[in-house]
Design a protein around this ligand. Structure first.
Ligand SMILES: Cc1ncc(COP(=O)(O)O)c(C=O)c1O
Length: 391
């Protein structure tokens, strides 16, 4: 080979940078005994009845390929669950595809829709895969800074951004949000839908944290604007099933059939055993999230209270398991410096807000998918750090 190997690869892939979060976490893990408040997954185990269903599927030799979109008994169970929980009406025969987590759902949906020059509207700060997924397809992310509007997009800003960016193809909405924990009420979603329904923009609605909504009932965008919405959901957070890699993409049949082509090219189908585990979760695991949610809620309250006492400003999160707190004005507003020093000096790992993009500067993201003991240690370490760094 004459050339440097990387120079022969696709430039849009080479340009993808390793996420700062992974590097930061690797450093945190290398410090023995460090308290880690960065983790984006439940610290609970998958419910026993789901594990048993998967074991039985292996014993019954359910170990073959399935149809690409997923076994239709499973898709029916998904449709029933989404109907019972959120009043959604998806046809399991044509309007749902099971994916390797929401991560693949975003990838396949973006791949099926976007082409060179398109734009993807992303409220920021945001989960870190959306921007690179847009870039990789030759599209450009357009970020809306939500830090001045309680981390929510307002209909006015949405309308103005759409007016000035005519190439927007997708509006990416994630609620409850990672990293901020804020969610949208029905009225707020309807106001956004009023703007969107006059356009040809798809709404890709990542509702992976829907079951972890504390302050009001979760309303799905799929129930507000079904003809334009591509709904993403899954079991990673609600049923503590991150490692199983299960997600669903739901939407109009015409759109789902195109997304299913990408999904089939990438995977043939998701793992058969995961499908049987998911079938059990959707048929008999309606209440599994309740006990976990109660615990997250008490942890959220303890962490929120403790941070408020130390002078951190943060909205009391509506959902997910993150708290996005503004560093008090009397300390450095360089969140990366703050988080690095906190890790070095106190062995406490909290993610800098700017890792989640525009609007995250000067903030820290705490995950409370951690034990109460870790939360108590986190608050004690943070208090000491603030005392040591008083101006
Ligand atoms: C907002 C959001 N979407 C999607 C994912 C990934 O979900 P999955 O495990 O289903 O791929 C995460 C994981 O942290 C997330 O926070």
């Amino acid at each position: 080979m004459k050339n440097d190997l990387v120079s022969l690869m696709k430039p849009s892939v080479v340009a993808i940078k390793q996420q700062e979060i992974f590097k930061f976490n690797a450093r945190a893990k290398s410090i023995p005994g460090a308290v880690n408040m960065t983790v984006g997954e439940p610290n609970f185990h998958t419910p026993e009845h789901i594990k048993q269903a998967a074991i039985k599927a292996i014993e019954d030799n359910k170990t073959h390929y399935t149809v690409p979109e997923g076994d239709h008994e499973l898709l029916s169970a998904v449709a029933n669950y989404l109907h019972d929980k959120y009043g959604l009406n998806y046809d399991p025969e044509t309007e749902i595809v099971a994916t390797t987590g929401v991560t693949e759902g975003v990838f396949s949906a973006f791949n099926a829709i976007l082409q060179e020059g398109d734009e993807v509207l992303i409220p920021s700060p945001a989960f870190t895969i959306y921007g690179p997924d847009a870039d990789f397809n030759g599209a450009s992310p357009v970020y809306i800074d939500t830090s001045k509007t309680n981390f929510k997009v307002t209909p006015e800003v949405l309308a103005e951004t759409i007016r000035t960016n005519p190439r927007i193809k997708i509006f990416l909405l994630n609620f409850p949000s990672n990293p901020t924990g804020v969610s949208y009420t029905k009225d707020e979603l309807e106001a956004l839908a009023n703007v969107l329904k006059k356009t040809n923009i798809f709404v890709v609605s990542d509702e992976i944290y829907s079951e972890l909504t504390y302050n009001f009932k979760h309303v799905s965008f799929g129930s507000i604007l079904p003809e334009q919405t591509i709904l993403l959901n899954g079991l990673s957070k609600s049923h503590a099933m991150t490692g199983w890699r299960f997600g669903v993409v739901c939407g109009p049949a015409a759109v789902i059939s195109q997304i299913n082509k990408i999904h089939e090219l990438a995977t043939t189908s998701i793992t058969s055993i995961t499908q049987y585990a998911a079938l059990e979760a959707y048929q008999n695991g309606y209440d599994d999230p309740i006990a976990m949610k109660e615990q997250y809620q008490s942890r959220r309250d303890a962490l929120h209270e403790g941070l408020k006492e130390m002078g951190f400003e943060c909205p009391n999160p509506d959902g997910a398991f993150y708290l996005f707190a503004k560093i008090p004005d009397t300390y450095t507003q360089d969140d990366v410096k703050f988080a690095n020093e906190l890790l070095e000096e106190e062995h406490l790992a909290i993610l800098p807000g700017s890792f989640f993009g525009i609007g995250g500067e000067g903030h820290l993201r705490f995950s409370y998918a951690a034990s109460m003991e870790s939360i108590a240690q986190c608050l004690a370490k943070l208090k000491k750090f603030l005392e040591d760094h008083k101006n």
